[in-house]
Ligand binder design. Structure first.
Ligand SMILES: [Zn+2]
Length: 844
């Protein structure tokens, strides 16, 4: 799963998922506990409670149950619900479970026809809305057991379980699933824990105009008239509502995988397909890209970044891991209202439509990010899917590994490296996310207990992705390419199709480190890792000269547990910008270490290469020197580190925000790597609101707007000019500037003094939206004017993006009554808003 990535949509109302059950609740309160409702399904009044699975329950269940497989029939429908029927086969190994305790997870609208080992079971007794009990008296010890049941499930609006979306433009309905961490059982009954791996055999019925894809490759379409084998044993109750008009499909069984990796995607999705040869097989691999019908143009534009990296990635990973791609196909689907960045469902990777960059001209940062997300999900097909964590406390390793190794792949694969020359600048942003969360009281060590499945969701944060990725980057710096690769080779060979815990991974690293020549002497990986992983906080590196020695001091921050041993590189340079790199191991016991450059020098930049996890302080004289010379540092990552350092020093009040903005004003135009420019401007846009004192806010934002506007007029490089245009709107606060932007909006571009259009100033849809939002915030425009601007910009656009812009603009109106209305809507669990609509309201 990719989160930073991550359109971070705040879910204001926790378990808002289980809310559209008005009818159900009324029926229950009338009918009493667990009565049958009008649909003939057994229900439970406690259904609105979201019960997590506890780790102890999962451990016990794993001891008792094995050899699980699912034979699933899904009857997918338009509207709010879908039906299904499942046959679960499993062995019961011992009696460690008590009479009442063994259960299969299912959270749906209701069940019927429950049969356990040929015995019909009263659903009212067995089903509590969250779990189906498997009574001990019905189970056969040491033998194969079966459970079959017909069920009715509900589509959700919060992006989990089976999510339903109706395209406002053409009214088409789209469905997809998101099962990580604990949502598979909200679509169908399953032992919903990662170490109960099982093969899934799937058959589907769906509306005739829908495409349905899943983890297994579909075995060709079947006419209803010839669908006898697909329909064999399927309840008439779930076939009849189609009235003979349906599409029937059967899919190849999946390998034994964790339930959170199952997926189905259904709707009138359009697609592009290709077949490419990959290592280790004769037949080319089928790869398809799916998207909503209304987004074909965007998908075609972007497809080169969706297919080519997969082919290159499969080749690179197969070699690096010593294990060929083990699945039969690779589909990627752009999903409307997707909750995260992307999700690594086996062979059926789902993506947010934000990564389609609708209508936007792609920057280097956009391409780097998109290709990285593609490679991150692909990497999980080994680390995560082929070998899976036993329980959610190791989620951080799953995510950190895919994050770091996907960037490593991009940096080592020749064509991918050429396409994203500044990719480590992107990794630096991830690390920064880690520092930001490590500076908070809520920060925690990378290794953290996950007592239940809800706590897995809490782990999707900057520590898991940013700091975890930093741990692996430092580890790689200590042991090198060959040892890292060898460790993964041992790991995948030893644990293929199984589940592991952290120590299994560390053991492989120790073995590889013993086997190959050492890059850094004296490191026992598992011991070294233990202190890194079990301590809180980000330390800070500072340094000063003591005669010719540079003395590096590791400062322990307020929320940090202590010193860490890391290999840190230092860039030395003098006034003539002659450079030298030195390297030193910091200590766990002594905060000071010394480093002697080969010849006397003046300036230094700590953490050259960004291998260590720690914030850096720039000396006063280095700040002064770089104020005028930053662009002379040849490495874009070094420049990014300087930017991060000055930004960090603003946050910790070691540098005045106004000095930082002077830095931006003096240096931004001289930066020639768009990736760095974009990162600086994005951060500046955030810092201006959060760190500039109120008394100076207007002046600073005004200055920034004017500097950027001027730069738009004179910048020759189109890619940089686009970034300046993009960034301008973060500083659009002053009335006069808003009016200037309105003139720009009305003309569609900027005119020079001769009345001619200035190239590269055409506004994109998103930029127009930013101006309309700025207009809505202001009192200098009347309600009618605001409405007119909004209608003009949106024109005939009836897409979900347009709908969401209308919601944002409504929330931005400076009027207490409107704000109250909006507040009531976003805090009302039953408002029927999807998480995207809620986020649109809150985006002001
Ligand atoms: Zn991931």
């Amino acid at each position: 799963e990719d989160f930073v990535k991550k359109n971070k949509i705040p879910l204001l109302v926790g378990a808002g998922a289980l809310t559209a059950l008005g009818l159900y609740k009324i029926l229950c309160s009338k009918g009493g506990r667990c009565g049958k409702n009008a649909l003939g399904f057994t229900e439970d009044p406690k259904f609105t409670e979201n019960v997590p699975l506890y780790k102890e329950e999962a451990i016990l269940r794993k001891k008792v149950i094995s050899n699980v497989s699912y034979d699933l029939v899904l009857a997918l429908r338009k509207g709010e619900n879908f039906d299904g029927q499942i046959l679960v086969t499993f062995d019961v190994n011992n009696e460690e479970f008590g009479e009442e305790e063994l259960f299969i997870d299912y959270q749906g609208l209701g069940i019927k026809d429950l049969i356990i080992n040929e015995t019909s079971v009263d659903e009212g007794d067995a089903f509590n809305g969250q779990r189906i009990k498997l009574r001990r008296s019905l189970l056969k010890l040491g033998e194969t057991n079966t459970l079959s049941v017909v069920f009715k499930s509900k589509y959700n609006k919060d992006g989990t379980g089976a999510h339903h979306f109706k395209d406002p433009e053409d009214e088409n309905e789209y469905v997809y699933t998101q099962f990580e961490a604990f949502h598979c059982h909200r679509a169908f009954p399953a032992f919903d824990q990662p170490d109960l791996r099982a093969a899934l055999t799937l058959r589907t019925l769906s509306p005739e105009d829908w495409n349905v894809i899943s983890n297994g490759l579909e075995q060709g379409l079947v006419d209803p008239a010839d669908a006898a084998d697909i329909l064999e044993g399927v309840s008439k109750d779930i076939i009849d509502p189609y009235d003979g008009h349906y599409k029937a499909q059967k899919y190849n069984p999946t390998p034994k995988i964790a339930p959170y990796l199952y997926a189905f995607v259904a709707g009138p999705y359009d697609f592009i397909e290709t077949r490419e040869s990959i290592p280790g097989r004769d037949e080319p691999l089928l790869m398809r890209l799916y998207f909503r019908k209304t987004l074909r143009k965007d998908a075609e534009r972007i497809q080169e970044y969706m297919f080519d990296p997969v082919v290159r990635g499969i080749k690179w990973y197969s070699e690096f891991f010593g294990f060929n791609y083990p699945y039969e196909k690779y589909d990627q689907i752009y999903c409307p209202e997707f909750k995260f960045g992307a999700m690594e469902n086996v062979g059926t990777v789902t993506f947010t439509e934000n990564l389609l960059y609708r209508g936007k001209e792609l920057t280097e940062a956009d391409i780097t990010r998109l290709v990285n997300v593609v490679l991150h999900e692909l990497c999980h097909h080994w680390f995560g899917d082929l070998v899976t964590m036993t329980w959610w406390n190791d989620l951080w390793l799953n995510e950190s590994f895919a994050t770091y190794v996907s960037f490593l792949c991009m940096s080592k694969e020749e064509e991918l490296a050429k396409q994203s020359p500044n990719l480590w600048v992107n990794v630096n942003s991830y690390k920064n996310w880690g520092y930001a969360e490590d500076d908070l009281e809520t920060g925690h060590p990378i290794c953290k207990q996950a007592p239940h499945t809800d706590s897995a969701d809490d782990m999707i944060n900057g520590i898991t992705y940013g700091k975890g990725c930093s741990f692996l980057k430092q580890l790689y710096h200590l042991i090198g390419y060959d040892t890292f690769s060898e460790a993964t080779k041992i790991y995948f060979k030893r644990h293929q199709w199984g589940n592991t815990i952290l120590s299994d991974f560390l053991k492989c690293l120790d073995e590889a480190n013993e086997k190959l020549p050492k890059v850094t002497e004296g490191i026992v990986v598992s011991e070294w890792a233990s202190t890194f992983l079990n301590t809180r906080g980000a330390n800070t590196f500072d340094a000063s000269w003591e005669i010719d020695d540079l003395v590096i001091t590791q400062e322990v921050s307020e929320f940090s547990d202590g010193l860490r041993q890391q290999k840190i590189d230092v860039l030395f340079f003098n006034d003539k910008l002659e450079m030298e790199v030195g390297s030193v191991l910091t200590s766990e016991t002594d905060k000071r270490v010394r480093l002697l450059p080969s010849k006397p020098t003046k300036y230094f930049l700590l953490n050259h290469g960004d291998h260590a996890y720690g914030k850096i302080i720039l000396s006063d004289f280095t700040i002064d020197f770089l104020q005028k010379n930053l662009s002379s540092l040849p490495d874009s990552l070094d420049r990014a580190l300087v930017w991060r350092a000055v930004q960090g020093m603003v946050k910790t009040r070691q540098l005045k925000s106004t000095i930082y903005f002077d830095y931006v004003v003096n240096n931004i135009a001289k930066e020639d790597q768009s990736m760095v420019t974009e990162s600086v401007l994005t951060t500046a846009g955030m810092l201006v609101g959060a760190y500039v004192p109120d008394s100076k806010f207007k002046d600073v934002s005004s200055d920034m707007f004017e500097v950027l506007y001027k730069q738009v007029l004179i910048e020759e490089r189109n890619d940089l000019k686009k970034l300046f245009v993009n960034a301008l709107f973060s500083f659009l606060h002053n009335d006069a500037h808003v009016k200037q932007a309105v003139a720009w909006l009305e003309a569609g571009h900027i005119l020079n003094s001769h009345g001619n259009k200035i190239d590269g100033t055409d506004l994109s849809a998103n930029q127009k939206h930013s101006i309309v939002k700025a207009i809505h915030k202001k009192t200098i425009f009347s309600a009618e004017e605001k409405q007119k601007f909004l209608d003009t910009v949106l024109g005939e656009d009836k897409s979900d993006v347009a709908t969401n812009l209308r919601l944002s603009c409504e929330a931005l109106l400076p009027c207490a009554e409107t704000k109250e209305k909006v507040w009531a809507k976003i805090t009302n669990v039953d408002s029927g808003l999807s998480s995207y609509e809620r986020a649109a309201y809150m985006s002001c």
